[in-house]
Write a protein that binds this ligand. Structure first.
Ligand SMILES: [Fe+2]
Length: 200
């Protein structure tokens, strides 16, 4: 399903472990030295990614195929910048609250850029930089947050299976079935794979 090569994707999707500083959330927050995370590592956490033709999303066959395969019947635009969002500084702090959803969060960046931060299995923050042409799926139940970067502009397509539900459940919400399923599928499974690997 992923037609473009991995290198191709990395031009519009990059991920790295974050530092612990309290500086502006819109800064890159690289560690020193930088610690990049591959898109395969993200996939192991359930985070899927594609590179698509953002100038032709209306007629893009590849997007159409992804939507059909994954049942993404709903689609709308979300544009975030200081000029279009009243109380911008307050709102972007709200987006940055750690939360989860009971469904996938699917975003396709068609202009601008932004950071989607996700927790790895050891609770470390991985920052995923999504630029024009990058599309990501955050699985249901993964703790995450969003921020604009210093360009202060993103235009994204939001996709969904059926009628959209955008409800964020701020951390902690560990008893939700979606959270338990996420742990079962992407955290425990990996731990048992590693145990098997170590025993072999
Ligand atoms: Fe979210």
């Amino acid at each position: 399903m992923v037609a473009s090569s991995k290198d191709d994707r990395e031009e519009v999707l990059q991920a790295w472990y974050m530092d612990d500083s309290d500086e502006d959330q819109r800064l890159p927050h690289h560690r020193d030295p930088k610690e990049f995370v591959s898109l395969d590592q993200l996939a192991d956490l359930g985070v899927l990614s594609w590179r698509l033709d953002a100038d032709n999303y209306e007629t893009d066959e590849e997007l159409k195929k992804i939507r059909e395969a994954r049942g993404y019947s709903y689609m709308d635009f979300c544009e975030v910048c200081p000029e279009k969002l009243p109380n911008y500084e307050v709102k972007i702090k709200n987006f940055f609250e750690e939360h989860l959803h009971t469904d996938e969060e699917i975003r396709y960046c068609v202009a601008g850029s932004g950071y989607f931060d996700v927790r790895d299995r050891n609770e470390k923050w991985i920052r995923v930089w999504v630029k024009k042409g990058g599309m990501i799926v955050l699985p249901a139940g993964i703790y995450h947050r969003f921020t604009l970067d210093t360009s202060n502009y993103i235009k994204a397509l939001r996709l969904f299976v059926g009628e959209p539900v955008w409800t964020p459940y701020n951390r902690p919400h560990d008893d939700l079935p979606a959270r338990k399923e996420y742990i079962e599928t992407f955290v425990n499974k990996e731990a048992s794979n590693n145990a098997v690997g170590a025993a072999a």
